[in-house]
Design a protein around this ligand. Structure first.
Ligand SMILES: Cc1cc2nc3c(=O)[nH]c(=O)nc-3n(C[C@H](O)[C@H](O)[C@H](O)COP(=O)(O)OP(=O)(O)OC[C@H]3O[C@@H](n4cnc5c(N)ncnc54)[C@H](O)[C@@H]3O)c2cc1C
Length: 438
């Protein structure tokens, strides 16, 4: 069966970005539809590991219009609670979200305004929607990115962090976790606690303190103006940020991970079928992370001093232990079979995938060409991209503000398109008068 309908704005994706977009479009009276292939906030439900909690406390990681009712504001809540929050939010704002509808293509209409979206529903129906504008809100973390180091037909079990659920899912044996960002570190810790020997490959990273002088990292990022920064610091756009809300939230220190029994190694470089090779850069990467950590303490101390705030001093936060033995004498080669490693978890990030969107809105690497979500192609908008407008753009609290800007831009275009000249207006009046005289 085929359906056909029209709207002014089609929002593709019903995660936090799609819900925020809907709120701002409704506030401006812009008719729209949100299509979500799964359920609201699907990625929080089915593309993240079982024990995941938010990286930020929920007084911060939320939209302005609703608190996490019933939760301690300083808590890091389980992923299911986040999905429930966005479902509640969508209900509260009466967002026109249709779940179980996957957009398979969006194409520009030839010789007339707007776009046509084709979709398929989970029960196999197909249909089209004609729309003036499209907002791609399909997330920044879409397709697993795994570096081509180990062949896919290797007997080693290889999964991406987005496919990892819990330790029981992996075959018996030890594990190499590649990538030590927020995901890799938490997964490595959980696997080590489950009784396996874990090797964790650590690249360059920033590791801000979880809390310092009675304030969470998200607060420091806010008051120091870092959430609002428009571009990443020079050379740091690919540096991963290691923070964790696990176990009530704690600062990630690689010394603690080594003390728990994890063997830290440098960046994963190559595999010859037997032996994995690592760059000899672990000590440098840890030192760089330490420097970042200390620089946040310095900036926080300076802010407190300058503003005369009465926040408790915390000199012990500056005491870093010695480098762990595995960093002082780093291994650069590991025979995986000899080490009993049977699986690899690649916590190596994500790629964008807008293969459904046929528009002149991408560079030759498929990256959206946009400014604050407004693309090269009139009528095509993006939401939720990393650094779309600022550091906060791909996070819960930041996307709401970006959506407001995108809705403003849509409204501005809408005003242009409804303009008619005095000649057109009198032509319309004549036409109506003639019609009523008949
Ligand atoms: C492991 C992990 C932990 C994170 N923790 C936090 C945190 O604690 N706090 C925080 O602020 N941020 C966190 N983030 C970052 C960010 O908030 C999340 O990635 C969030 O899910 C992004 O929301 P989004 O709406 O932009 O995209 P998504 O959540 O990816 O939503 C996009 C939606 O689009 C749907 N979709 C995709 N393609 C189509 C299509 N063709 N047709 C229809 N629907 C489609 C998907 O099903 C999905 O529901 C985390 C990210 C990761 C990876």
């Amino acid at each position: 069966m085929s359906k056909y309908e029209e709207t002014e704005v089609l929002v593709v994706g019903g995660g936090q970005a799609g819900v925020a977009m809907s709120e701002h479009l409704s506030a401006r009276g812009v008719p729209h539809i949100v299509l979500e292939r799964g359920r609201i906030a699907e990625r929080w439900r089915s593309e993240r590991w079982d024990s995941l909690v938010t990286n930020g406390p929920v007084w911060h990681d939320r939209f302005p219009g609703l608190e996490f009712i019933g939760d301690d504001p300083d808590a890091f809540v389980p992923k299911e609670r986040v999905a429930q929050y966005f479902e509640e939010y969508a209900r509260k704002i009466e967002a026109p979200v249709r779940c179980g509808v996957e957009v398979t293509s969006v194409t520009k209409n030839e010789g007339e305004p707007g776009f046509t979206a084709e979709y398929t529903t989970t029960d196999g129906q197909t249909g089209s929607i004609r729309t003036r504008a499209v907002v791609a809100a399909t997330g920044a973390f879409q397709q697993p990115a795994i570096p081509p180091i180990v062949p896919t037909d290797s007997p080693l079990q290889q999964i991406h962090s987005s496919q990892y659920r819990n330790p029981e899912q992996l075959p018996a044996g030890n594990v190499l976790v590649v990538g030590a960002g927020a995901s890799g570190v938490q997964i490595a810790d959980e696997l080590q606690q489950s009784g396996r020997q874990v090797y964790l490959s650590v690249g360059p990273h920033d590791r801000p303190p979880r809390r310092y002088r009675d304030r969470d990292n998200v607060w420091w990022l806010g008051v120091l103006g870092l959430w609002g920064k428009a571009t990443p610091p020079e050379g740091a756009d690919h540096v991963t940020i290691v923070v964790s809300g696990a176990n009530g939230g704690h600062t990630v220190d690689f010394r603690d991970l080594a003390a728990s029994g994890i063997t830290l190694v440098g960046r994963t470089a190559a595999f010859d079928g037997t032996t994995m090779r690592f760059n000899e850069d672990l000590a440098t990467n840890i030192a760089r992370g330490d420097a970042n950590y200390l620089s946040v303490l310095d900036a926080a101390d300076e802010y407190i001093e300058r503003n005369g705030l009465d926040l408790p001093e915390e000199p012990q936060a500056r005491v870093l232990g010695p480098l762990p033995e595995c960093a002082v004498h780093q291994i650069t080669e590991l025979d995986l079979a000899q080490a009993g490693v049977t699986s690899i978890v690649w916590a190596t990030g994500f790629r964008l995938d807008y293969s459904w969107l046929h528009a002149d809105a991408f560079d030759d690497r498929g990256v959206p060409v946009q400014q604050r979500g407004v693309s090269n192609e009139p009528g095509v908008y993006f939401l939720g991209l990393p650094w779309q407008a600022s550091r906060g753009s791909s996070f819960i609290w930041g996307v709401w503000h970006d959506a407001k800007y995108v809705a403003d831009q849509i409204q501005i275009q809408r005003n242009y398109l409804t303009y008619s000249s005095p000649a057109e207006q009198s032509e319309t009046t004549d036409h109506l008068e003639k019609a009523s005289a008949r």
